[in-house]
Design a protein around this ligand. Sequence first.
Ligand SMILES: Nc1ncnc2c1ncn2[C@@H]1O[C@H](COP(=O)(O)OP(=O)(O)OP(=O)(O)O)[C@@H](O)[C@H]1O
Ligand SMILES: [Mg+2]
Length: 289
Amino acid sequence: MLKELTKSARTDMKPKDKQTEIIAITSGKGGVGKSSLSINMALMIKQLRKKVLLMDADIHLGNVDLMLGLRSTHTVDEVLEDGVHLEDIIVSGPGELDVLPASSANARLLDMEDVFLRKLAQEYRRIENRYDYVLVDTGAGVANSVLGFLLGADKIMIVVTSDPASVADAYAVIKLIKNVNVDIPVLMTPNMMPSHEAGEELYKKMRLMVNKFLKSDIDYAGTVLKHELIARSVKTQKPVVLHQPNASASNNIRMISKKIMQTPRRKDQDKKNIFDRFIVNKKVPLEWD
Ligand SMILES: Nc1ncnc2c1ncn2[C@@H]1O[C@H](COP(=O)(O)OP(=O)(O)OP(=O)(O)O)[C@@H](O)[C@H]1O
Ligand SMILES: [Mg+2]
């Protein structure tokens, strides 16, 4: 069973010369649609004939596997055991999407001990050439574990709703990122919006604040409207992009995915390995003011 599930992770290597692009999806406030968008974007990018790994990095409350109706037999912390490899933990989900599930509330993961991260980095080296894109669905908020993944990403997509708390929290995350590194492209995606115009308006307001107070910039990934199909597809564990590829919700996701894929990656990242990047970045002192 597990062999079958992990089959697609073992096949179809991508050309070695092209470095995998790591895209982190984050928000600040929880419940704004990170996981729904990560899942659908991962499937969309796969439909665009790229090789994709969706990594659930929400180590407190990760639920991508549940949202996809997956039952994972192993958890990430098991790589510390002899003979368990990262590809044994990756499961093949709907649309043959490779998913690395989170390990819920595992103490070792929450602490992100170096010995564990080094083992993960070593394990990741075995599979890193298999993917064009790794999409990282981070937890909400700005815990060090989230920031480690954000600062290690090639691009960050920040999901925001019109809720003022979501806007304020998103700004706080952008500020933290930009205080450490201004070169990581940050793309904003207003989600659950009533219209594309309203989304663009929200982006412009955020951009103005980032320009003025952070002397920096953010990009616009596009707006995702409030689509009943997205909400329903999460409940029924049937991602809309897979089951209704021609629905306007799917077109909406396609537009965003393409924009993110086309955005040039940061130039200052020399390490390939996502966990090696994490080891460096989790030590970065944070500036809150
Ligand atoms: N564009 C959308 N239209 C309608 N409903 C949406 C949309 N995006 C997300 N949702 C719904 O919003 C809820 C929260 O979404 P989701 O779990 O993806 O958010 P999250 O940011 O990952 O949350 P958490 O911070 O808890 O991980 C879900 O019920 C989902 O169906
Ligand atoms: Mg989530």
